[in-house]
Unconditional design. Structure first.
Length: 547
């Protein structure tokens, strides 16, 4: 399958270099997983579901602040719950839960590396993983409490199963089915749709109309069957209404509603977003396709990657919730196509990428260091003063531990850039090292400020301190899922929806100038607050006036 690429002479990756690349991937995976609260927008409600499992032990139904929340199957939440409980003696629950994302990200890098080696030869495993961690779209989302990280792992395993199918169909069927099952139990019907359309489309090509490929598909379906049936069956046995809510209302039905609505303003969102989400893999993948344009539809490795990307693009563009994290599976075939460019990319283009990366990350590092220094001194720079205006209550504190981590990493990056020579592979390594440098600086020097602006902890603590000593219950108006989850986690404050007429307290969410409630008669305001520096998200607490 990779005969053309094995003819290209490339230096072998020695054991020492392999360990250094392993260290680079490990640092990238685990940086940012601990040390901060669940952040808005997606981490807060996701951890709320995990917190329910931790507190109640009901592993069947995802529940948010006391209400069933069947937007997605629970595999990721189960995994995060296990990590949170396993490390509860060492880490806060939310940090332990976030380790699940590191676990799935590590598996994703493993399987994209295996796929690169299977498609393009032994020297392409590590480069495929390094290219993926260099993609800008992976940086933040892969370090958050998101079910998309488990879906990404499932897609990576599926791609490896397809790549392996023409050589070892039994093992390929196992990995393909396992990836399909993990993807389904993470985000529902997206993975089965990808599996169905990729599998059918590949049959259009001669290389895939083989007995081995059909055996792989059959074994994959058998291996995935328990994943596809057990949890839905148990959910149906527990409550047919909840099963219908999950399967139709929140999944299949939403696709039909979206298709019938005619509201397709975002259908081309990924065309605009992918060039930067997949940078720098996207231009390398485009070069690979251009260089191999005469044979691109005749070789099985290109057939697999192009079909996978096209199917992912169409299916994910048809999902109602179009956002950056939903684009993550598309980064896999793009990164693998970029891996093929290592044999054909001109040295001048590689040097240009290298210089662009070095200058960009050097400038960003200078900005991060100077901005952090400005936070600690009274006469900071213009950017620092603007940040202080947005976070007037934030008091920066010098932390020697994080400071020296940032110093050591910065020096190591300078040493790597200075010592490593110029080549296509090394330019990609330098890029990924630069990405890791910026991420580490953000997660050490700037983490306290980021946490203060994205966490609900301080708002919830302030609210709890202003609650009456005795009250019956708290009703809510316009309180979102993220906020309800964090109110329960940080303050053990449980709201009752649609209970305005029965509760004696009322919590309302709005902006700074919006009317708090439709009818204020009969209510006295006790408290008003919000996240630091966020005037567009205000919370008001009211108490019913005693008659």
């Amino acid at each position: 399958m990779y005969a053309y690429y094995t003819q290209m002479k490339e230096p072998e990756i020695t054991t020492l270099k392999a360990w250094l690349l392993f260290l680079l991937c490990g640092v990238w995976v685990f940086t940012g997983l601990i040390g901060h609260d669940p952040w808005k927008p997606d981490e807060a409600y996701s951890f709320g579901l995990i917190y329910h499992y931790i507190q109640n032990g009901d592993w069947l139904i995802p529940t948010l602040a006391g209400d069933a929340y069947l937007d997605k199957p629970p595999l990721y939440y189960w995994t995060a719950t296990l990590f949170a409980q396993l490390f509860s003696s060492l880490l806060p629950l939310h940090d332990g839960a976030r380790l699940a994302s590191g676990f799935y990200s590590a598996l994703t890098l493993l399987f994209i590396g295996l796929t690169g080696r299977e498609l393009f030869g032994n020297n392409r495993g590590w480069p495929a993983a390094v290219i993926l961690i260099g993609c800008l779209g992976m940086l933040i989302r892969s370090h958050e409490i998101l079910t998309d990280n488990a879906l990404l792992t499932g897609c990576a395993m599926m791609l490896y199963g397809y790549a392996l199918s023409l050589r070892r169909p039994q093992l390929a069927g196992l990995f393909l089915g396992l990836g399909l099952g993990i993807g389904f139990m993470s985000k529902g019907f997206i993975a089965p749709m990808l599996f169905f359309f990729i599998s059918i489309t590949l049959l259009l090509f001669r290389h895939w109309r083989t007995r081995n490929y059909l055996v792989t598909l059959g074994l994959a379906f058998l291996c995935a069957l328990p994943w596809l049936t057990v949890w839905p069956y148990l959910l149906y046995q527990h409550s047919p209404e909840l099963f219908l809510d999950w399967a139709w209302t929140r999944n299949i039905g939403r696709w039909f509603e979206y298709a019938q609505s005619g509201q397709y303003q975002q259908v081309f969102y990924y065309i605009e977003a992918l060039p930067w989400l997949a940078w720098p893999a996207a231009p390398l993948a485009a070069w690979t396709i251009w260089e191999a344009r005469k044979r691109v539809w005749n070789e099985p490795e290109f057939q697999l990657l192009l079909v996978s990307f096209i199917v992912m693009f169409i299916v994910l563009s048809g999902v109602r919730d179009i956002n950056d994290q939903n684009a993550m599976p598309m980064l896999l075939p793009i990164a693998l196509l970029a891996t093929a460019a290592l044999s054909t990319l001109r040295r001048g283009a590689a040097n240009a990428l290298d210089w662009f990366g070095m200058m960009t990350f050097a400038l960003l590092a200078v900005v991060l260091w100077s901005g952090w220094t400005g936070l600690l001194v009274s006469n900071g720079a213009w950017l620092t003063k603007r940040l202080q205006e947005r976070q007037p209550n934030f008091v920066p504190v010098f932390d020697p531990f994080t400071f020296w981590i940032a110093v050591v990493v910065s020096v190591l990056w300078i040493f790597i850039v200075w010592r490593v020579g110029r080549s296509v592979r090394r330019s990609l390594i330098n890029w990924s090292a630069g990405i890791s440098l910026i991420w580490i600086l953000a997660m050490t020097l700037w983490l306290p400020l980021l946490d203060a602006s994205k966490s609900y902890r301080y708002m919830v603590v302030d609210l709890k301190n202003n609650l009456p000593k005795q009250y019956k219950c708290i009703a809510d108006v316009r309180i979102g899922d993220n906020q309800r989850a964090m109110l329960e986690y940080f303050g053990n404050i449980k709201l009752r929806q649609k209970s305005v007429s029965t509760c004696d307290l009322l919590l309302v969410q709005g902006d700074r100038i919006s009317k708090p409630i439709e009818n204020e008669v009969g209510w006295d305001k006790l408290w008003e607050g919000g996240r630091q520096g966020k005037q567009d998200e205000r919370f008001r607490l009211y108490q019913r006036v005693k008659r």
